[in-house]
Ligand binder design. Sequence first.
Ligand SMILES: Nc1ncnc2c1ncn2[C@@H]1O[C@H](COP(=O)(O)OP(=O)(O)O)[C@@H](O)[C@H]1O
Ligand SMILES: [Mg+2]
Length: 312
Amino acid sequence: MAVDVFDRRLILVVGKGGVGRSTVAAAIAGQCAARGRKTLLFETNANDRFGAYYDRPAVGPKVTELAPNLSAVNTNPATALEEYGLMILRWKSVYEMVFENRVTKAFLRAIPGLDDYALLGKAWYHTTEEKRGKPVWDTVIFDLPASGHSVSMLKIPWVIIDTVPEGPLTRDARTIKDLLCDPARTAAVLVTLAEEMPVNEAVELEGKLSGLGIVPQQIVCNQIYPDHFPEGMPVARVLDTLSGDPRLPTPLGEVTTHAVLSRDRRALNMRYLGELRRRAKTTVKELPMLFTPQLTPAHVRALGERLTRASE
Ligand SMILES: Nc1ncnc2c1ncn2[C@@H]1O[C@H](COP(=O)(O)OP(=O)(O)O)[C@@H](O)[C@H]1O
Ligand SMILES: [Mg+2]
């Protein structure tokens, strides 16, 4: 990577919905694990992708090993809140008294952002977990929800510090905020596509994160169409000739139309990649579109290796 993020304790993977956040998170995780770092993939959505990417069953709320040095957990607000509650209150009986109490439960549910804070708190907790004086995880990779939601989640520590009276909650919020804003320990990786809306959103997200002090350290522009028809090459000249001929027989005409679409797609990707590089402050790394019905572990490894290579 132009900026090497693999040695961080926490890697935040952010971006618009569907651009490939989970795929990039899994690809980075594979590279961290291959470097011998004990790596935890942390996700908070019901539709797990990580299991399939490592040829394993879907990941649930229990930490599960996917490969050597690599585990994953797919948590939800209720589980995260219980774990976080147990962590601050230490004993199950006290936790039950406080959190399982009907009045408290109703009160807690009414606090905006508490669910998100529990998820963020759990991710942070994993970065601090120790066994016999040694960290359990060298790297926690947080596959965050889509753009807007992730910003409001990451913002919560600031809100708590500003609004809640001093106590255990503000103490943790300050620790989490310090971790998020420390580029030596935390790297934000912003995933996007080389298309108009995703580029606009990526630039906007970069600004919002920087505003919080979480300066993105890498942008990954995913699903770039390959250059099947490089300019000046014989194959491009053949396409130019064919696409200029309106009398082509049907099958050849159809193939030509698809080839032209693919070339146009590549041109569009290049245009928006250029725009992204002009407008964003963060360095941009490209990942290719892989033409396959389903990404396999080998694909995910290949994408990870592309990320570790120096820019071409
Ligand atoms: N570079 C790529 N080439 C081909 N398919 C990809 C690539 N990146 C992601 N995908 C596929 O695109 C879909 C969305 O990716 P995903 O990582 O789940 O996005 P997100 O987590 O941002 O919602 C998935 O089916 C995934 O396998
Ligand atoms: Mg995802």
